[in-house]
Design a protein around this ligand. Structure first.
Ligand SMILES: *Cc1c(COP(=O)(O)O)cnc(C)c1O
Length: 423
């Protein structure tokens, strides 16, 4: 794009400083190999929908039941998003208003528990999410969080432990799903335990919603009372969230989101969610979801061949959790070095991590973004080689090697333009 015709002309005129930062971020997203498994590139259509005048409108309430007038168009926008969510995931009811994944989960607690009640989820250092009852989160302070984990020997969920804990503690709500789980979630097993113990089962599929929509991960619909998801991870929509449930819970969920927790919905986000859901219903999205998993499996194989220690020994989904202990590099040192090499990852605790959460042993990577750019299994040996060289360079403090990788990465990424970017 030329200097005379900036991408955001009004923004560039009003606030050149901010426009330059947006431009720089776009360049960074173009040049780097983005491996953070919770990130993605949205389509130009999703970007456009999220930057519309829909954002000027207040719409407290739900379609047909609003507290403000002038909803002729907004009602139709939200109804489109709801109907597309119902059809894509095969659910009775969808609420598309939660501002993001954490408020969506808070709404679930509001719907099904009282302060001080016992709730159950996977421990954060085991791969769970903060909002699954972890102590520093409001959900762990206002509720009594009891936490399950994975087995130390194979990194898999220990369902005997989950059942025992649920029967002993009788939680009101059980969360399954997480942020660092490289393996298929057995929703049927969780469903059985929730039924036995009388708990509401919440499947938090924030990370894998796109894989479920694309048929690359089993659906929780037959087993979960409520499904919580963000819309911006593998689902490739705007930053937002949805709650889906059976008809019997529809009223409780809606009441908890509004007026329980939120005011006006972000209509521009609702519109962009509707667009993303339309895209996710296309046959090409099934191909995308399958490729995300095929790429992750190929990358895991290539990393294993290079002596990397992967939690649970590999992956079934889009995500890989590496324990760098055998490489003798702390996760944070590796993550920061890889960032300088143009490979964007995040440091992460591994189960039973002897190191501190702010300086853990692991690095978490994933394939949603690179797959959106069209990279395939044939590229994964190269990606593994860069990671291997980058981690070795981190151990030695070899900045020259990192700069060399950065140049190679930028060259490959230039050949695979990202959706939504103009650079
Ligand atoms: C990302 C994520 C969330 C939170 O989403 P935010 O939009 O960051 O608040 C909740 N649960 C799980 C499992 C997640 O992966």
């Amino acid at each position: 794009m030329t200097a005379e015709q900036p991408r955001h002309p009004a923004l560039a005129a009003t606030d050149p400083e901010l426009a330059a930062l947006v431009r720089a971020e776009e360049q960074l997203q173009a040049d780097t190999l983005r491996l953070i498994p919770s990130e993605n590139y949205v389509s130009q259509a999703v970007l456009e929908a999220s930057g519309t005048v829909l954002q000027n409108k207040y719409s407290e309430g739900y379609p047909g039941r609003r507290y403000y007038e002038g909803q002729q168009n907004i009602d139709l926008v939200e109804t489109l998003a709801i109907e597309r969510a119902r059809s894509l995931f095969g659910v009775d009811h969808a609420n598309v208003q939660p501002y993001s994944g954490s408020p969506a989960n808070l709404a679930v607690y509001l719907a099904f528990a009282e302060p001080g009640d016992t709730v159950m989820g996977m421990a954060l250092p085991m791969g769970g999410h903060l909002t699954h009852g972890w102590g520093v989160s409001a959900t762990g302070r206002w509720f009594r969080g009891v936490q399950y984990g994975v087995r130390q020997d194979d990194g898999r969920i220990d369902f005997d432990q989950v059942r025992e804990l649920a029967m002993k503690e009788r939680p009101k709500v059980i969360f399954c799903g997480g942020t660092a789980l490289p393996r298929t979630i057995d929703f049927a097993a969780f469903g059985e335990i929730a039924q036995e113990s009388g708990a509401v089962l919440v499947a938090d599929v924030a990370h894998i919603a796109g894989l479920i929509a694309g048929g690359a991960h089993p659906s929780p619909v037959p087993y979960a009372d409520v499904i919580s998801t963000t819309t911006h991870k593998t689902l490739r929509g705007p930053r937002g969230a949805m709650l889906m449930c059976r008809e019997e819970h529809a009223k409780a969920v809606d009441k908890a989101v509004f007026p329980g927790l939120q005011g006006g919905p972000h209509n521009q986000t609702t519109a962009a969610i509707a667009v993303a859901l339309k895209e996710a219903a296309l046959p090409s999205f099934r191909t995308y979801a399958e490729s995300v998993v095929a790429n992750a499996k190929a990358l895991a194989e290539a990393l294993l061949a290079r002596g990397f220690d992967l939690v649970s020994g590999g992956t079934d989904n889009h995500l890989i959790l590496m324990d760098l202990t055998p490489k003798e590099v702390p996760g944070k040192v590796a993550a920061k070095a890889l960032d300088r090499a143009g490979i964007v990852v995040n440091y992460n605790t591994v189960p039973y991590d002897p190191r501190k959460p702010f300086d853990p042993s692991g690095v978490r990577i994933g394939t949603p973004s690179l797959t959106s750019r069209g990279l395939g299994v044939e590229h994964m040996a190269q990606v593994a080689e860069w990671i291997d060289r980058g981690v070795a360079a981190a151990a030695k403090g070899d900045e020259e090697a990192l700069a060399a990788i950065r140049a190679e990465v930028a060259e490959l990424m230039a050949a695979y333009p990202a959706p939504g970017l103009t650079v």
